[in-house]
Write a protein that binds this ligand. Structure first.
Ligand code: PDD
Length: 285
Protein backbone atom coordinates (compact mmCIF):
# COMPACT_ATOMS: atom_id res chain seq x y z
CA UNK A 1 0.00 0.00 0.00
CA UNK A 2 1.21 3.46 -0.79
CA UNK A 3 -0.01 6.91 0.22
CA UNK A 4 -0.62 9.35 -2.65
CA UNK A 5 -2.19 12.79 -2.24
CA UNK A 6 -4.56 12.00 0.58
CA UNK A 7 -5.34 8.34 -0.12
CA UNK A 8 -3.91 4.95 0.78
CA UNK A 9 -4.03 2.60 -2.20
CA UNK A 10 -2.31 -0.41 -3.78
CA UNK A 11 0.70 0.82 -5.79
CA UNK A 12 -0.81 -0.58 -9.03
CA UNK A 13 -3.71 1.86 -8.73
CA UNK A 14 -1.58 4.95 -8.13
CA UNK A 15 -1.38 7.51 -10.96
CA UNK A 16 0.50 10.79 -11.30
CA UNK A 17 -0.31 13.30 -14.08
CA UNK A 18 2.28 13.49 -16.89
CA UNK A 19 2.68 17.21 -16.21
CA UNK A 20 3.80 16.61 -12.65
CA UNK A 21 6.92 18.75 -12.20
CA UNK A 22 8.67 15.80 -10.59
CA UNK A 23 8.42 14.00 -13.93
CA UNK A 24 9.00 17.05 -16.14
CA UNK A 25 11.80 18.82 -14.22
CA UNK A 26 12.79 16.58 -11.30
CA UNK A 27 11.36 19.46 -9.27
CA UNK A 28 10.96 17.90 -5.84
CA UNK A 29 12.67 16.46 -2.78
CA UNK A 30 12.57 13.16 -0.93
CA UNK A 31 13.49 11.31 2.25
CA UNK A 32 14.34 7.70 3.02
CA UNK A 33 13.35 6.52 6.49
CA UNK A 34 14.25 3.07 7.81
CA UNK A 35 11.61 1.32 9.91
CA UNK A 36 12.69 -1.31 12.44
CA UNK A 37 10.10 -3.43 14.25
CA UNK A 38 7.49 -1.09 12.75
CA UNK A 39 9.09 1.97 14.40
CA UNK A 40 10.46 4.68 12.13
CA UNK A 41 14.14 5.21 13.02
CA UNK A 42 15.28 8.77 13.78
CA UNK A 43 12.03 10.20 12.43
CA UNK A 44 12.54 13.64 13.96
CA UNK A 45 15.92 14.01 12.20
CA UNK A 46 14.48 12.81 8.88
CA UNK A 47 11.60 15.31 9.11
CA UNK A 48 14.04 18.11 9.97
CA UNK A 49 16.17 17.24 6.94
CA UNK A 50 13.02 17.12 4.81
CA UNK A 51 12.19 20.65 5.96
CA UNK A 52 15.74 21.75 5.05
CA UNK A 53 15.33 20.25 1.56
CA UNK A 54 11.89 21.88 1.10
CA UNK A 55 13.27 25.24 2.24
CA UNK A 56 16.15 24.77 -0.23
CA UNK A 57 13.70 24.54 -3.16
CA UNK A 58 11.24 27.13 -1.75
CA UNK A 59 8.40 24.65 -1.41
CA UNK A 60 6.05 24.93 1.57
CA UNK A 61 5.88 21.78 3.69
CA UNK A 62 2.48 20.25 2.80
CA UNK A 63 2.17 18.65 6.27
CA UNK A 64 2.99 19.44 9.87
CA UNK A 65 5.02 16.88 11.85
CA UNK A 66 1.90 15.40 13.47
CA UNK A 67 0.36 14.78 10.02
CA UNK A 68 3.61 13.21 8.76
CA UNK A 69 3.68 10.94 11.83
CA UNK A 70 0.09 9.82 11.16
CA UNK A 71 0.61 9.24 7.44
CA UNK A 72 3.83 7.32 8.06
CA UNK A 73 2.10 5.16 10.68
CA UNK A 74 -0.67 4.35 8.18
CA UNK A 75 1.80 3.30 5.47
CA UNK A 76 3.79 1.14 7.91
CA UNK A 77 0.57 -0.53 9.09
CA UNK A 78 -0.57 -1.07 5.49
CA UNK A 79 2.51 -3.09 4.54
CA UNK A 80 3.90 -6.50 5.51
CA UNK A 81 7.18 -6.87 7.29
CA UNK A 82 8.36 -5.40 10.56
CA UNK A 83 11.43 -3.87 8.92
CA UNK A 84 10.72 -1.56 6.00
CA UNK A 85 12.11 1.55 4.47
CA UNK A 86 9.89 4.41 3.45
CA UNK A 87 10.39 6.82 0.58
CA UNK A 88 8.67 10.19 0.97
CA UNK A 89 8.53 12.15 -2.28
CA UNK A 90 7.19 15.67 -2.51
CA UNK A 91 7.07 17.46 -5.86
CA UNK A 92 5.86 20.94 -6.80
CA UNK A 93 2.77 19.32 -8.35
CA UNK A 94 1.28 19.29 -11.85
CA UNK A 95 1.13 22.48 -13.93
CA UNK A 96 1.55 23.77 -17.49
CA UNK A 97 5.18 23.30 -18.49
CA UNK A 98 7.23 26.33 -17.52
CA UNK A 99 10.52 26.40 -15.61
CA UNK A 100 9.25 29.15 -13.29
CA UNK A 101 7.23 28.10 -10.24
CA UNK A 102 3.48 27.77 -10.93
CA UNK A 103 0.98 29.58 -8.68
CA UNK A 104 -1.69 27.89 -6.57
CA UNK A 105 -0.60 24.34 -7.34
CA UNK A 106 -0.97 21.54 -4.80
CA UNK A 107 2.24 19.57 -4.24
CA UNK A 108 2.25 15.85 -4.98
CA UNK A 109 2.94 13.74 -1.88
CA UNK A 110 3.91 10.09 -2.15
CA UNK A 111 4.92 7.68 0.62
CA UNK A 112 5.90 4.15 -0.33
CA UNK A 113 7.33 1.22 1.59
CA UNK A 114 9.84 -1.47 0.64
CA UNK A 115 10.91 -4.44 2.80
CA UNK A 116 14.22 -3.68 4.53
CA UNK A 117 16.50 -6.69 4.27
CA UNK A 118 19.87 -6.96 6.04
CA UNK A 119 22.88 -6.66 3.70
CA UNK A 120 24.21 -9.96 2.29
CA UNK A 121 26.37 -11.73 4.89
CA UNK A 122 29.26 -11.97 2.47
CA UNK A 123 29.41 -8.16 2.20
CA UNK A 124 29.56 -7.86 5.97
CA UNK A 125 32.22 -10.54 6.40
CA UNK A 126 34.43 -9.67 3.43
CA UNK A 127 33.59 -6.03 2.90
CA UNK A 128 32.63 -4.44 -0.40
CA UNK A 129 34.50 -2.84 -3.27
CA UNK A 130 34.19 0.76 -4.38
CA UNK A 131 35.58 2.90 -7.14
CA UNK A 132 36.34 6.62 -7.17
CA UNK A 133 35.12 9.30 -9.55
CA UNK A 134 35.14 13.03 -9.85
CA UNK A 135 32.13 14.61 -8.11
CA UNK A 136 30.37 16.27 -11.04
CA UNK A 137 27.09 17.06 -9.23
CA UNK A 138 25.70 20.51 -8.48
CA UNK A 139 26.77 22.42 -5.36
CA UNK A 140 23.59 22.00 -3.30
CA UNK A 141 24.16 18.36 -2.46
CA UNK A 142 22.78 19.11 1.04
CA UNK A 143 19.30 19.19 -0.57
CA UNK A 144 17.86 15.69 -0.97
CA UNK A 145 16.55 16.46 -4.44
CA UNK A 146 14.72 13.88 -6.57
CA UNK A 147 16.71 15.09 -9.61
CA UNK A 148 19.37 12.42 -9.15
CA UNK A 149 20.75 11.91 -12.65
CA UNK A 150 24.42 12.54 -11.73
CA UNK A 151 24.10 10.16 -8.74
CA UNK A 152 22.42 7.57 -10.98
CA UNK A 153 25.23 7.73 -13.55
CA UNK A 154 27.94 7.72 -10.89
CA UNK A 155 26.54 4.71 -9.05
CA UNK A 156 26.01 2.81 -12.30
CA UNK A 157 29.76 3.21 -12.94
CA UNK A 158 30.29 1.12 -9.78
CA UNK A 159 27.65 -1.45 -10.71
CA UNK A 160 29.21 -1.86 -14.19
CA UNK A 161 32.46 -3.07 -12.61
CA UNK A 162 30.83 -5.17 -9.87
CA UNK A 163 31.46 -2.61 -7.09
CA UNK A 164 28.86 -1.39 -4.57
CA UNK A 165 29.59 2.30 -4.49
CA UNK A 166 31.32 5.20 -6.24
CA UNK A 167 33.25 7.42 -3.84
CA UNK A 168 33.34 11.03 -4.96
CA UNK A 169 36.25 13.48 -4.95
CA UNK A 170 35.89 17.20 -5.57
CA UNK A 171 38.97 19.40 -5.97
CA UNK A 172 41.14 16.69 -4.40
CA UNK A 173 38.91 16.15 -1.34
CA UNK A 174 36.44 13.43 -0.36
CA UNK A 175 32.79 14.49 -0.44
CA UNK A 176 30.62 11.33 -0.11
CA UNK A 177 29.41 8.29 -2.02
CA UNK A 178 26.91 8.43 -4.91
CA UNK A 179 24.25 7.23 -2.43
CA UNK A 180 26.04 7.13 0.94
CA UNK A 181 28.38 8.99 3.30
CA UNK A 182 31.99 7.88 3.62
CA UNK A 183 34.22 7.53 6.70
CA UNK A 184 37.82 6.41 6.87
CA UNK A 185 40.41 5.45 9.45
CA UNK A 186 43.85 7.02 9.52
CA UNK A 187 46.35 6.38 12.36
CA UNK A 188 43.52 4.56 14.17
CA UNK A 189 41.36 7.73 14.19
CA UNK A 190 37.90 7.69 12.55
CA UNK A 191 37.70 10.57 10.07
CA UNK A 192 34.56 12.07 8.53
CA UNK A 193 34.28 14.99 6.10
CA UNK A 194 32.45 18.00 7.57
CA UNK A 195 28.84 18.67 6.58
CA UNK A 196 28.58 21.32 3.89
CA UNK A 197 26.64 22.13 0.74
CA UNK A 198 28.83 19.51 -1.00
CA UNK A 199 27.33 16.46 0.73
CA UNK A 200 24.04 15.16 2.06
CA UNK A 201 23.93 15.46 5.86
CA UNK A 202 23.35 11.75 6.44
CA UNK A 203 21.23 10.62 9.37
CA UNK A 204 23.31 7.43 9.63
CA UNK A 205 26.45 9.62 9.52
CA UNK A 206 25.14 11.41 12.65
CA UNK A 207 24.38 8.10 14.37
CA UNK A 208 27.90 6.79 13.67
CA UNK A 209 29.55 9.95 15.01
CA UNK A 210 27.35 9.84 18.12
CA UNK A 211 28.25 6.18 18.67
CA UNK A 212 31.95 6.95 18.19
CA UNK A 213 31.72 9.69 20.85
CA UNK A 214 29.73 7.50 23.25
CA UNK A 215 32.12 4.56 22.89
CA UNK A 216 35.44 6.39 23.18
CA UNK A 217 36.35 5.87 19.53
CA UNK A 218 38.86 8.59 18.57
CA UNK A 219 37.29 10.59 15.78
CA UNK A 220 37.73 13.83 13.91
CA UNK A 221 35.47 15.71 11.50
CA UNK A 222 37.63 17.49 8.94
CA UNK A 223 38.43 17.73 5.25
CA UNK A 224 39.93 14.50 3.88
CA UNK A 225 42.33 14.57 0.96
CA UNK A 226 42.40 12.10 -1.92
CA UNK A 227 45.79 10.86 -0.72
CA UNK A 228 44.36 10.13 2.76
CA UNK A 229 41.49 8.21 1.16
CA UNK A 230 43.89 6.14 -0.94
CA UNK A 231 46.15 5.31 2.01
CA UNK A 232 43.38 4.78 4.58
CA UNK A 233 43.63 1.87 7.03
CA UNK A 234 39.86 1.40 6.76
CA UNK A 235 37.04 2.87 4.68
CA UNK A 236 33.31 2.57 5.52
CA UNK A 237 30.09 3.75 3.98
CA UNK A 238 26.88 4.62 5.79
CA UNK A 239 23.29 5.00 4.62
CA UNK A 240 19.79 4.35 5.90
CA UNK A 241 19.40 1.29 3.69
CA UNK A 242 22.95 -0.17 4.02
CA UNK A 243 23.56 0.99 7.63
CA UNK A 244 27.33 0.66 7.97
CA UNK A 245 29.48 -1.35 5.58
CA UNK A 246 33.24 -1.84 5.21
CA UNK A 247 34.91 -1.00 1.89
CA UNK A 248 37.84 -3.37 1.52
CA UNK A 249 38.82 -2.65 -2.12
CA UNK A 250 39.13 0.77 -3.67
CA UNK A 251 39.76 1.09 -7.41
CA UNK A 252 40.84 -2.58 -7.38
CA UNK A 253 43.46 -2.04 -4.66
CA UNK A 254 43.18 -3.60 -1.24
CA UNK A 255 42.26 -1.24 1.64
CA UNK A 256 44.31 -1.91 4.81
CA UNK A 257 44.73 -5.68 5.12
CA UNK A 258 41.79 -6.35 2.80
CA UNK A 259 39.33 -7.31 5.53
CA UNK A 260 36.77 -5.29 7.51
CA UNK A 261 38.94 -3.55 10.11
CA UNK A 262 38.71 -3.25 13.90
CA UNK A 263 37.00 0.16 13.94
CA UNK A 264 34.38 -1.00 11.44
CA UNK A 265 33.70 -4.11 13.55
CA UNK A 266 33.39 -2.01 16.72
CA UNK A 267 31.08 0.58 15.15
CA UNK A 268 29.00 -2.11 13.43
CA UNK A 269 28.43 -3.81 16.80
CA UNK A 270 27.63 -0.47 18.48
CA UNK A 271 25.16 0.29 15.68
CA UNK A 272 23.39 -3.07 16.02
CA UNK A 273 23.25 -2.69 19.78
CA UNK A 274 21.86 0.84 19.52
CA UNK A 275 19.29 -0.27 16.95
CA UNK A 276 18.16 -3.16 19.17
CA UNK A 277 17.73 -0.75 22.10
CA UNK A 278 15.60 1.56 19.98
CA UNK A 279 13.57 -1.37 18.65
CA UNK A 280 12.79 -2.58 22.18
CA UNK A 281 11.39 0.89 22.80
CA UNK A 282 14.01 1.68 25.48
CA UNK A 283 15.27 4.73 23.59
CA UNK A 284 13.22 7.19 21.58
CA UNK A 285 13.47 6.83 17.82
N1 PDD B 1 20.62 7.64 0.11
N2 PDD B 1 24.61 10.76 0.55
C1 PDD B 1 23.79 10.51 -0.48
C2 PDD B 1 24.07 11.14 -1.79
C3 PDD B 1 22.70 9.64 -0.31
O1 PDD B 1 21.87 9.40 -1.36
C4 PDD B 1 22.48 9.02 0.94
C5 PDD B 1 21.35 8.08 1.21
C6 PDD B 1 23.36 9.33 2.00
C7 PDD B 1 23.18 8.75 3.39
O2 PDD B 1 22.14 9.40 4.08
P1 PDD B 1 21.28 8.64 5.19
O3 PDD B 1 22.25 8.09 6.19
O4 PDD B 1 20.43 9.68 5.78
O5 PDD B 1 20.51 7.56 4.50
C8 PDD B 1 24.41 10.21 1.78
C9 PDD B 1 19.41 6.92 0.31
C10 PDD B 1 19.52 5.67 1.07
C11 PDD B 1 18.67 6.83 -1.03
O6 PDD B 1 18.68 7.82 -1.71
O7 PDD B 1 18.05 5.80 -1.33
Amino acid sequence: MIYLNGKLMPIEEACIPVLDRGFIFGDGVYEVIPVYSRRPFRLTSHLLRLQHSLDGIHLKNPHCDKEWHDLIAQVIAGNDGDDQYLYLHITRGAAKRDHAFPHNVTPTVLIMSTPLLPPARELLVKGASAITASDNRWIRCDIKAISLLPNVLLRQMAVDVGAVETILLRDGFLTEGAASNIFLVKDSVLLAPPKSHLMLPGITYDVVLELAAANNVLHEVREISEDELRTAEEIMLTSSTKEIMAITRLDNKIVGDGEPGPLFTRLYQCYQHYKATVMRGELSC
